[in-house]
Design a protein around this ligand. Structure first.
Ligand SMILES: Cc1ncc(COP(=O)(O)O)c(C=O)c1O
Length: 379
């Protein structure tokens, strides 16, 4: 059994999440990494590589490519040709390269809000215009208003940036929803970039479907972004990849990143390979643990704390909590003053919400939520 209850003292370890508050008593529940060690076989593989002691430029291991293709086929019946894989040191680089690969300056890029903040900033970096559509609250879970999306599209729209499973709402889109998006992209001649970094962190009763696996038409206009980073908690090792079936889109994407986006380093590849080769039992245990944390968060914010609510969390270790009823002016400052570092919803495109990362030992989660309760009681 993996011990997810153990508290690892990450303060002073150079952790972005913890060292933001190095000299303060703040519980960090913001950036999306978990407070757990990576799976033991991954640590062993890294140790072996360190003992080898030579850290030269590295080719993608053939075994890793095979593992990815087999895994995608076994999980989703998605047949991926190894030639479609483009390696990336991070998914955000992939989002940027996707924007630059489609259309031209002033072209429009559409996405749904709330969303992981780089989705909102990336289009402007390539002089594209961002168009957003607000997700709607439909009976306890977030839905995409297809009619409103349709209304916002024009001849200049070239790219749909999709996040599935969705950060921050935790939605895992159904086959029917994905078919609707896919049809829309076909109808309006849009390229679809689907960020699926959270695809393995999906709870019972839900199923991840890579949108590109639906049919060959959408596959031909897709860029799918994936990584072992979130699943196995190695986001800082920078091992990610894009899957781009269409040859000319892929060559455009590769041209854009050439000489700017570096290759993956040897430790990233080593860890990625060990994750996909040996990490599945660990992920299964992780999902059991996260399910309990998720249920605790869901109950607490829907039943135990007045003025807060949240929709079902179908995937990810992130909770998107609605505090509009509390009329808090500056969400980040409010919780910070009470000893918790959360992600303010404003950066995801929605005021009056915050994102809470529950990928941590239960004791940390309880302590953080206790402080949040005190903060709200103080209003
Ligand atoms: C949806 C999504 N995409 C991308 C990233 C970041 O990926 P990377 O660190 O590989 O750039 C995150 C991290 O939180 C994320 O949640």
């Amino acid at each position: 059994m993996v011990d997810f209850d153990s508290v690892i003292d990450r303060k002073g370890s150079g952790s972005l999440k913890w060292d933001k508050y190095l000299h303060e008593d703040i519980i960090p529940m913001w950036v999306a990494d978990m407070d757990f060690q990576a799976p033991q076989p991954v640590l062993s593989a890294l140790r072996e590589q360190i003992d080898f002691g030579v850290f030269g430029y590295t080719l993608p291991p053939g075994e890793l490519v095979e593992l990815i293709c087999t895994r995608l086929f076994n999980r989703y019946s998605w047949g991926v040709d190894p030639a479609w894989i483009v390696w990336l040191p991070g998914l955000v680089s992939g989002l940027n390269a996707a924007c630059r690969s489609c259309g031209h300056p002033k072209s429009k890029v559409l996405t749904l809000t709330p969303v992981y903040p780089p989705f909102l900033s990336v289009p402007a970096y390539s002089d594209r215009e961002l168009i957003t559509v607000q997700m709607e609250n439909g009976n306890g879970h977030w839905i995409m208003p297809m009619d409103k999306i349709q209304d916002k599209l024009s001849a200049d729209s070239k790219l749909f940036l999709l996040c599935n499973p969705q950060n921050p709402t935790g939605r895992v889109y159904t086959g029917n929803e994905l078919i609707e998006i896919s049809n829309l992209c076909l109808k309006h001649d849009l390229i679809l970039c689907s960020d699926e970094i959270h695809c393995d962190l999906v709870y019972e009763g839900h199923k991840h479907i890579p949108i590109a696996s639906l049919n060959s038409e959408i596959s031909e206009r897709s860029i799918t972004l994936m990584s072992p980073g979130k699943t196995f908690n190695i986001p800082g090792l920078g091992c990610s990849f894009a899957i781009i079936p269409n040859r000319s889109l892929r060559s455009q994407f590769c041209k854009i990143k050439k000489g700017i986006v570096p290759d993956i380093n040897i430790l990233g590849y080593t860890a990625g390979l060990a994750c996909y080769k040996y990490g599945e039992p660990w992920v299964n245990e992780l999902l059991d643990y996260l399910t309990q944390n998720r249920d605790f968060v869901f109950k607490t914010f829907n039943q135990d704390i007045n003025g807060t609510s949240l929709n079902q969390i179908e995937g990810t270790y992130l909770a998107w909590i609605d505090i509009r009823n509390l009329n808090v002016k500056n969400t980040y400052d409010f919780f910070y003053k009470h000893g918790v570092g959360v992600s303010d919803g404003v950066y995801f495109g929605n005021n009056g919400f915050f994102r809470l990362n529950f990928g941590c030992p239960k004791s940390i989660l309880e302590k953080g939520i206790e402080r949040i309760k005190h903060a709200i009681d103080s209003i």
